[in-house]
Design a protein around this ligand. Structure first.
Ligand SMILES: C[S@@+](CC[C@H](N)C(=O)[O-])C[C@H]1O[C@@H](n2cnc3c(N)ncnc32)[C@H](O)[C@@H]1O
Length: 430
C-alpha cells in the first residue's frame, strides 16, 4: 500500500534567502573586517544565480548607505542593539528608503530575526522600528548626508584634497555607479547596439545595465568591464602595433587586453596564480593574445619597449564600486605598499632601453601612492622625466603639477563619477 505522502513544508517567502545571505555578508564585512569578495563564496554558495545577485546587491547597497541608515534609525533606538540586530535594521532601512514594498521587507526581516539565537529576543524591536520608519523612509532619506569615509582615510584625504572635495567624493560614493565598458573596437557597430553614453575618453557608460554576460558582444569578446579611469593608463602608454610591452602587475587583465587589442606584443606578469586564472579567461573570451607569466615584478628580467606598472595599492580610489573597503581595511600596511611601489618603479626601469617609456599608476586617492611616488622616483633617478600627456581625451582638471594625471571620484560627478586614479608617463634617460 502506498504510504500517504507528507505535506510539503510551507515554502519560505522568496525574499528570505537573499536577505539572510546579505546579512551574512554584512556581518563578515562590518563584524569581521573581511571584504565582500572574501566573504561571498561561503555566504552565497547555496543560492541560485538570481538570489546571489540580489544578496550581493542588498549588501553592497547597505554598506554604501550605512551612515544614512544609522541616522534614519537613531531616533527610534533608545539603546544600541547588538550588531546582528543593527544590521537587520540597517538592511531594512536601506530597502525601505529605496522604495521596496514595506510588508515584504518587514515580514522577512522579522522572520529572520526570529530564527537567530542572538537576534530572537529583539524580534519585537525589529518589527516595531521597521514599521515605524517605513512610512517616511523614502522622503527622509533625501535629506540625510552620505556615508563618511572612515577616520583613518578621511584625515589624510582632507589634508590632500580639502574638505569640500572630500564631501563631493563622499556624495559620489553614495550613488550606485554606472557600468563602464572598454570596447575592442570603439565606435563600431557594437557601441550602437549596447546603447549608453560614449565618454570623451572612449569608454562606453551604461546605466542599469543588468547582467553583464547577457549584453550583446559579451560572448564574442567585443568588450570588457573596466572603469573609465582604469582604461586610461594603457591609453597614456599609447602602445604601437608590434611593440614589446610588459604589463607588470597584470591580473585580472583589463589593461593587458587593451594593450593586446592595440596590436602590441604583450607580456602579462602577476604574482598571483589565482588572479592570472581570471586573466587567462579574459584572454580566451576576447580571443586576444599575451604571454602570461606567474612571477615577481621585483625580480623579473627582460627587455621591453614599454612598461605598464599598475602597482598594488590601497585601492582607495575604487570605494564607489567597493563600498566594503572602508570597513574591511584600517589603513594598516599602506606604508609597506608605498615602499613596494617605489621598489617596483626602480626595477621596472631596468627593463627599458634608454629613452624607453613607462606608465606608473595606482587606483589610490593617497598622494604618497601617486604624485609623491613619482616626485621621489625623479629624485632617485637623475634624467628620468615625466611626459605630460598631450592627448585630446585629457580633462584639464586632471593635470597635476609634476606632469601626471590625478583623477578623483568627484570628477564627472554629473555623469555618475569615475574611480580615483593616479597615472604618469615616465621617460627613462636616453
Ligand atoms: C592593481 S592590481 C592589477 C590590476 C590589473 N592591472 C588590471 O588592470 O586588471 C595589482 C596586482 O599586482 C599584483 N602583484 C602584487 N605584488 C606583485 C609582485 N611583486 N609582482 C607581480 N605582481 C604583483 C597583484 O596580484 C594584483 O593582481
Amino acid at each position: 500500500m502506498a504510504r500517504p505522502s507528507r505535506p510539503a513544508p510551507p515554502a519560505a517567502p522568496a525574499g528570505i534567502a537573499p536577505r539572510r545571505a546579505a546579512l551574512a555578508l554584512l556581518s563578515a564585512v562590518i563584524g569581521e573586517g573581511r571584504t565582500l569578495a572574501e566573504a561571498m563564496p561561503a555566504a552565497l554558495s547555496a543560492l541560485d544565480p538570481a538570489d546571489r545577485a540580489r544578496a550581493q546587491r542588498l549588501a553592497t547597497q547597505t554598506l554604501r548607505d550605512l551612515g544614512r541608515a544609522d541616522r534614519l534609525l537613531a531616533p527610534s533606538l533608545t539603546r544600541m542593539p547588538p550588531l546582528a540586530v543593527r544590521n537587520i535594521l540597517r538592511l531594512g532601512a536601506v530597502e525601505l528608503a529605496h522604495g521596496a514594498a514595506s510588508h515584504g521587507v518587514v515580514n522577512d526581516l522579522v522572520e529572520i530575526a526570529g530564527r537567530g539565537k542572538r537576534t530572537r529576543p529583539l524580534k519585537g524591536l525589529v518589527n516595531a522600528v521597521l514599521r515605524k520608519i517605513a512610512p517616511e523612509a523614502e522622503a527622509a532619506w533625501i535629506d540625510l548626508p552620505p556615508q563618511r569615509l572612515p577616520k583613518w582615510l578621511r584625515g589624510p584625504l582632507v589634508e590632500a584634497w580639502g574638505r569640500a572635495e572630500i564631501a563631493r567624493i563622499e556624495a559620489v560614493h553614495g550613488a550606485v555607479p554606472p557600468l563602464d565598458l572598454t570596447l575592442r573596437e570603439p565606435g563600431g557597430p557594437l557601441a550602437a547596439s549596447l546603447g549608453g553614453e560614449e565618454l570623451p575618453t572612449g569608454s562606453l557608460r551604461l546605466v542599469d545595465a543588468g547582467q553583464v554576460s547577457a549584453l550583446p558582444g559579451y560572448g564574442t569578446g567585443g568588450f570588457w568591464v573596466q572603469d573609465a579611469a582604469a582604461a586610461l593608463p594603457a591609453r597614456l602608454l599609447a602602445p604601437r602595433a608590434g611593440e614589446r610591452v610588459i604589463d607588470l602587475c597584470a591580473a585580472p587583465g583589463g589593461k593587458t587586453l587593451q594593450l593586446a587589442a592595440a596590436g602590441a606584443r604583450v607580456t602579462a606578469l602577476d604574482l598571483s596564480e589565482a588572479r592570472l586564472g581570471r586573466l587567462r579567461e579574459n584572454l580566451a573570451r576576447t580571443g586576444l593574445e599575451a604571454e602570461v607569466i606567474a612571477g615577481d615584478a621585483l625580480i623579473h628580467e627582460g627587455r621591453y619597449d614599454a612598461v605598464l606598472l599598475d602597482a598594488p595599492c590601497s585601492a582607495t580610489g575604487t570605494i564607489r564600486r567597493h563600498p566594503d573597503l572602508p570597513f574591511a581595511r584600517d589603513g594598516a600596511g599602506i606604508s609597506e605598499l608605498i615602499a613596494l611601489q617605489a621598489r617596483m618603479i626602480d626595477h621596472a626601469l631596468t627593463l627599458l632601453p634608454p629613452g624607453g617609456r613607462m606608465v606608473f599608476c595606482t587606483c589610490s586617492l593617497i598622494p604618497d601612492e601617486g604624485e609623491v611616488q613619482v616626485e621621489e622616483a625623479l629624485a632617485r633617478h637623475p634624467g628620468l622625466e615625466v611626459v605630460p600627456p598631450g592627448a585630446d581625451w585629457v580633462d584639464p582638471a586632471w593635470r597635476s603639477s609634476e606632469g601626471g594625471l590625478r583623477i578623483l571620484p568627484s570628477h564627472w560627478a554629473d555623469r555618475g563619477g569615475i574611480d580615483g586614479f593616479y597615472m604618469a608617463l615616465l621617460r627613462k634617460p636616453g
